[in-house]
Design a protein around this ligand. Structure first.
Ligand code: CTP
Length: 473
């Protein structure tokens, strides 16, 4: 990259440069902003590094915009100012690592060179001057421009030292590799392998590791980051259940014959049709219990009976361990539990009743479940894939039609428990539940339409018979 200057048109950066001159301070735009600008992408945040006192300078900049910084961390020498809706972080040049949760936040002021050498990757260690006399000039001490061109992630110093300073950088390497399709320099990869265990030793908080993991899942082709995670040994420490899928052989009818490779393809397939990180997560874990349920059955080959149920049950402890948001747990459990349900509907003549039950059980997540099932077809044979997808398209259409027609999205009996109790003179009891279930079954089996009047009529028809059966409570 011959260009040693970055063209800066962002008015916020131009202003910061003018203020830096006025305050007699050296200021640089650094980190992701520079990297992304050189890659032709627009960054969402600005990082400004100041040789000197970053917090006082941030206050001066904020004042110029008629405000105060949103946050000042004097111990860290950093401050955040929102300028024209853009998150702008100011930091004093520093000698020690860029760990945000460092337990030892006392910072030592440093030169530009010292600061850049403490950063994670050469492509993130470029600084662009904002002062007038050198406006736009790129300082590249570690060959970051060359590495950007070669699309390589390399550490400015010895990789072991860089990862020792902050083991989260191992995850960051995987995230950048996945996001930009970059290679990881072999020495850095070796060091990642050697130091991966640091990620499971409590040095870095689980929340930060999980955050990086979800960012990998959020990239356009997550398999890039996930396979590198596996190859570097990081998966064994961060998500051993996924590593455990490698080498688990399965039948090849719909799927790739190795469960790990199959899973990666399913994740890429789903990533092509949705940005929803939880649907992507469900795709990643849908077969997680295959290793534990694998059994060889004569004449059938490898079977995995009950893996969907066992997988769903594994989610609770997994969510807790990985500090994933518990409000997403029911959704992921449901998709894992139901991921096989639509498949048989594509094969045989199916009744409306089976279709209605699927729609009612999936509820508002029906479309997501169908997307997951499509993504789950990873056979290597394009003719087979085409055939399965075509059959599945027919099912999909039918399921959605029936679900819409019968209003089965948030399905439950149109005659509610309260009313059943009033009509039948019952207290809250199992009998009320049985009556409700009979009404729901009648609707799902197509005996009566999903309408209040019909359900009420049906209740009068069956109530005496149901009530006469002695209840246990
Ligand atoms: N940095 C680092 N080590 C870390 C975190 C950050 O060296 N563990 C440095 C890098 O130079 C990075 C800069 O701090 O470029 C800003 O960090 P951050 O905002 O977290 O990441 P970006 O690289 O800006 O990437 P993005 O915002 O796109 O995630």
């Amino acid at each position: 990259m011959p260009n040693r200057k970055l063209k800066i048109e962002n008015p916020v950066l131009i202003n910061i440069g003018k203020l830096a001159d006025r305050e007699n301070t050296e200021a640089y735009v650094v980190g992701g902003y520079v990297r992304d600008a050189l890659l032709g992408k627009e960054a969402e945040e600005i990082d400004v590094m100041v040789v000197g006192d970053g917090t006082s300078f941030a206050e001066a900049v904020a004042l110029e915009y008629g405000k105060k910084p949103e946050a000042v961390y004097r111990n860290f020498g950093t401050a955040l100012v929102m300028i024209d809706g853009m998150k702008t972080e100011f930091a004093s040049a520093r000698k020690e690592s860029y760990r945000k949760d460092s337990r030892n936040p006392e910072i030592e002021t440093a030169t530009l060179e010292e600061d850049l050498s403490r950063r994670d990757f050469t492509v993130n260690a470029l600084a662009v001057s904002l002062n007038k006399k050198s406006f736009g000039k790129i300082t590249d001490l570690f060959g970051g421009l060359k590495d950007l061109e070669a699309r390589t992630l390399r550490t400015p110093l010895d990789p072991e030292k860089t990862f020792e300073d902050d083991p989260l950088r191992i995850m960051r390497a995987l995230r950048f590799a996945s996001r930009f399709g970059f290679n990881i320099d072999p020495d850095a990869l070796k060091a990642m392998n050697k130091m991966a265990h640091r990620l499971s030793e409590g040095v870095v908080s689980q929340e930060r590791i999980t955050n990086e993991f979800l960012l990998i899942l959020d990239t356009p082709k997550p398999s890039t980051g996930l396979s590198l995670m596996f190859l570097s040994g990081v998966m064994d420490h961060v998500f051993p259940e996924i590593s455990g899928l490698e080498g688990v052989e399965q039948k090849q009818e719909y799927h790739h014959k190795d469960v790990f490779r199959h899973t990666l393809t399913v994740v890429d397939n789903i990533a092509a049709v949705t940005d929803d990180i939880w649907l992507r997560f469900a795709a990643l874990v849908h077969d997680i219990a295959k290793p534990m349920t694998k059994k060889f059955v004569e004449g059938e080959g490898w079977t995995f009976h009950g893996h969907e149920e066992m997988g769903a049950r594994m989610m609770n402890s997994l969510f807790r361990r990985m500090r994933l948001p518990m409000n997403k747990l029911p959704y992921v459990e449901k998709l894992v539990r139901m991921h096989l349900r639509p498949i048989p509907l594509a094969k045989e003549e199916v009744t409306d009743s089976a279709i209605r039950r699927l729609a009612a059980d999936a509820g508002e997540d029906l479309e997501d479940l169908l997307k997951l099932c499509r993504a789950d077809i990873t056979s290597k044979n394009p003719k087979k894939v085409e055939k399965y997808l075509k059959n599945f398209g027919i099912v999909e259409k039918r399921v959605i039609e029936v679900a819409e027609k019968d209003k089965l999205r948030n399905f439950q009996s149109p005659v509610r428990g309260e009313e059943i109790m009033k009509i039948c003179g019952l207290r809250p009891s199992r009998t009320v539940g049985m009556l409700k279930k009979r009404i729901e079954d009648a609707i799902l089996d197509g005996l009566i339409p999903n309408e209040y009047e019909d359900a009420l009529k049906y209740l009068y028809q069956i109530k005496d018979e149901v009530i006469s059966v002695p209840s246990k409570d």
